[in-house]
Design a binder for this molecule. Structure first.
Ligand code: PMM
Length: 282
């Protein structure tokens, strides 16, 4: 059995996932790491800062984003995966496409992060089962162009948990070992600002699914809205890292297994501080 990664800071701490978007249009880092050299350099920096996993994506999922052709997605991610794997990094491929997942694993990626939880590509679950690698199954309702239309819930926590359970059942029926699955509530995906906060306050209920939880809240819109200035202009994405780090530290106590963040240094620092306070109490 392939083990899930553990935190290099302390095995009791969450695993830190550094975001590496090799895209021209991701909402906070789009366009920054378009060349292979720039992306690989950023990956190395994230590793140096304490990322346990580098999560490489070649297709933006920001609200409203159009899909990119598969050959473009492959050309963006594969050379970067090869470079970082050669350096010894643990690489996750952030993709909704089974074919991209397979090619990435063939190049050395060891985790598949599928924001659609298997809903975007009917071949994803069978492919993951065959590849037999850890699989992030995120809560998702539709592609970015239409997801805001699906941000309606009577009880967001109940419905997200139920929909995750359905996808987990489909995944295991397709042959994915339950031990391989990591769940993610999909912060910002078909969720309005309140839905995000409600979910973040409800990790105990998501923990009842009995699987490790990954949270990707880093720099998202709900933080920009919280930090808006007195004209109600949202804080821009680069100014959301302190809030992200604080949230990361608070999610530790809620039992979150992994945190997917852009500013790895900030989150690692916050986790270290929270850990020391916990140690002093013990
Ligand atoms: N969010 C984004 C992309 N991939 N993967 C997981 N597992 N969870 C997330 O919340 C998530 C993700 C979108 O954010 P980005 O543009 O900053 O990468």
């Amino acid at each position: 059995m392939l083990e899930l990664p553990t935190s290099g800071i302390d095995p009791r701490l969450p695993v830190v996932w550094g975001v590496l978007n090799v895209t021209p249009d991701s909402f906070s880092d789009g366009g920054l790491f378009e060349s292979v050299a720039a992306a690989a350099e950023q990956g190395r920096l994230l590793t140096k800062q304490g990322a346990d996993v580098i999560d490489i994506g070649g297709e933006s999922t920001r609200p409203g984003a159009d899909r990119v052709p598969i050959d473009v997605e492959l050309a963006r991610v594969l050379p970067v995966i090869e470079e970082l794997v050669a350096d010894g990094a643990t690489v996750s491929i952030d993709t909704m496409r089974a074919e991209v997942a397979r090619a990435a694993v063939e190049r050395g990626a060891s985790i598949i992060n599928d924001v659609s939880g298997g809903r975007a590509d009917p071949n994803m679950h069978a492919t993951v089962a065959e590849l037999d690698v850890p699989y992030v199954l995120m809560h998702w309702r539709s592609h970015s162009t239409s997801m805001d239309q699906f941000a309606y819930y009577n009880d967001v926590v109940l419905e997200v948990c139920d929909e995750l359970k359905e996808q987990i059942a489909l995944a295991t029926t397709a042959g994915i070992a339950r031990e391989r699955i990591i769940v993610d509530p999909g912060i910002g995906f078909a969720k309005d600002l309140d839905h995000n906060w409600t979910l973040l306050r409800s990790m105990d209920r998501i923990r009842d699914l009995g699987l490790p939880i990954l949270v990707g809240a880093s720099r998202k819109r709900f933080l920009g809205a919280l930090l808006a200035d007195d004209t109600e202009t949202p804080r821009d994405s680069g100014g959301r890292d302190v809030a992200t780090a604080v949230l990361s530290a608070l999610l530790v106590d809620a039992g979150v297994w992994g945190l997917r963040v852009h500013d790895v240094q900030g989150t690692v620092d916050a986790l270290k501080v929270a850990h020391m306070l916990g140690e002093a109490d013990g």
